[in-house]
Design a protein around this ligand. Structure first.
Ligand SMILES: Cc1cc2nc3c(=O)[nH]c(=O)nc-3n(C[C@H](O)[C@H](O)[C@H](O)COP(=O)(O)OP(=O)(O)OC[C@H]3O[C@@H](n4cnc5c(N)ncnc54)[C@H](O)[C@@H]3O)c2cc1C
Length: 379
């Protein structure tokens, strides 16, 4: 019996859209389903910009994946004719042996990545926008930059549709089944059958795949846009993307000013309040602005101007903060990409390729072993 599709992808956000694109380009019959608009502002991929870096302080094993991701972002740009990846450089500020600068420096040296370590005087000359303690340094990574998430998802989906995929918005998957010969998903509109099923449900992953055996925690994250008192030094072209070590395992980060999302965007990268993705307050709550205003007062005094906008976005944390990219432990035909823990967007292209490899050939040459479910299930 033939199935309707080779692969059904549930969740067409960053990872699902990239998976649909990768599958459709290799001639697979793909169905992508999302419960909301494509793209939407209710998941984890909204807010006009995302940081991308290669000298990864989080785990050195991510670096080869980032290098492949970068090549694939260029392919997406060529496929769509859109500029999605702005290589504006990245500036990381903190103690030289701290988590952020020290970790990124280790990663850059281990993998031979271009970088420049600026002492306090060099930093003050090159980037007077920042006021940091005298014993801090700056690590400049020229390959870092920013990605445009809504445009990227639109480009993945357009490319996938043009290559023959079928993609439906506003069609929630309410149940699924995986058997020895095929999989099926049921939505309000009907039931679809396929050879393989890929779950990329973001903050709804636990609801979609209840028997994964891993707890994923969703948190409400706040991002702000302000209009600097003196905007000139904060423009795209004058400012790279930046991160500031808070010395407690968390950091502030931000972007140069762009017209799309007017003003200077910044945020605190630290797990905030745990929430249910269907009940989360997406409006403004008391205290939200404090999460990033303190950064302006302490480190970016010239940008400490009025608030223009604020957004809520969701992180989905795995127990160790690293991604889950694997086959379902009990269903051979089911694959899962989840738990991107607030740092996944820059990997979307390569996550899509890895999931598409697994769904279409059963294996991948990409080094994703460290992201397998086995690391939780064995302990
Ligand atoms: C404020 C913020 C800042 C961030 N900054 C960065 C950054 O600078 N750099 C970086 O690399 N990463 C960053 N991240 C992380 C990154 O954006 C996420 O890891 C990534 O977007 C996750 O993509 P996803 O596809 O898993 O989730 P999403 O893009 O949210 O997609 C999941 C999709 O699944 C759909 N879905 C769920 N359940 C169902 C169902 N039953 N039926 C149909 N559809 C369903 C949802 O509607 C949704 O569209 C940030 C995240 C946030 C929130």
């Amino acid at each position: 019996m033939t199935t309707d599709f080779d692969v059904i992808v549930v969740g067409v956000g960053a990872m699902g859209a990239a998976t649909c694109w990768s599958l459709a380009r290799r001639g697979q019959r793909v169905l992508g389903l999302d419960q909301f608009d494509i793209p939407n502002t209710r998941g984890s991929s909204n807010g006009y910009s995302r940081v991308t870096r290669t000298a990864y302080y989080e785990h050195a094993d991510y670096v080869p994946l980032l290098q492949r991701a970068s090549a694939l972002w260029s392919e997406l740009e060529a496929d769509s004719g859109e500029k999605i990846h702005h290589r504006v450089g990245g500036l990381y500020l903190g103690p030289v042996d701290g988590d952020i600068v020290g970790g990124s420096l280790r990663s850059a040296r281990t993998h031979g990545l271009p970088h420049d370590l600026l002492d306090r005087a060099e930093l003050a000359r090159a980037y007077p926008q920042f006021k940091v303690p005298d014993d801090w340094v700056g690590l400049l990574e020229p390959q870092a930059g920013l990605l445009l998430p809504e445009l990227a998802i639109s480009a993945f989906v357009t490319g996938a549709l043009r290559a023959g995929a079928e993609i439906h918005g506003h069609e929630e998957v309410i149940s699924w089944q995986a058997g020895a010969a095929e999989v099926s998903v049921t939505t309000m509109r009907g039931t679809y059958r396929a050879d393989r099923l890929v779950f990329t449900g973001g903050a709804w992953s636990t609801r979609l795949v209840r028997d994964l055996g891993v707890e994923l925690v969703v948190t409400r994250q706040v991002v702000g846009w302000v209009w600097p008192k003196d905007p000139a030094p904060f423009q795209l072209g004058r400012l790279p993307i930046w991160m500031i070590d808070r010395l407690d395992g968390s950091l502030y980060y931000g972007f140069p000013m762009m017209t799309l999302g007017p003003g200077l965007k910044l945020a605190l990268h630290r797990p905030m309040q745990a929430v249910d993705p269907d009940r989360v307050e997406r409006g403004v709550l008391p205290g939200d602005e404090d999460t990033f205003r303190d950064c302006l007062r302490r480190f970016l005094v010239g940008a400490d101007g009025p608030l223009l906008a604020q957004r809520t976005c969701l992180y989905t944390h795995s127990p160790d903060g690293h991604f889950i990219l694997d086959r379902h432990p009990r269903h051979e035909r089911v694959l899962v990409g989840a738990g991107f823990s607030g740092h996944g967007f820059k990997f979307a292209t390569v996550v899509g390729e890895a999931l598409a490899d697994l769904a279409s050939t059963g294996k991948t040459p990409l080094p994703i072993g460290f992201l397998g479910l086995g690391r939780f299930l064995q302990s």
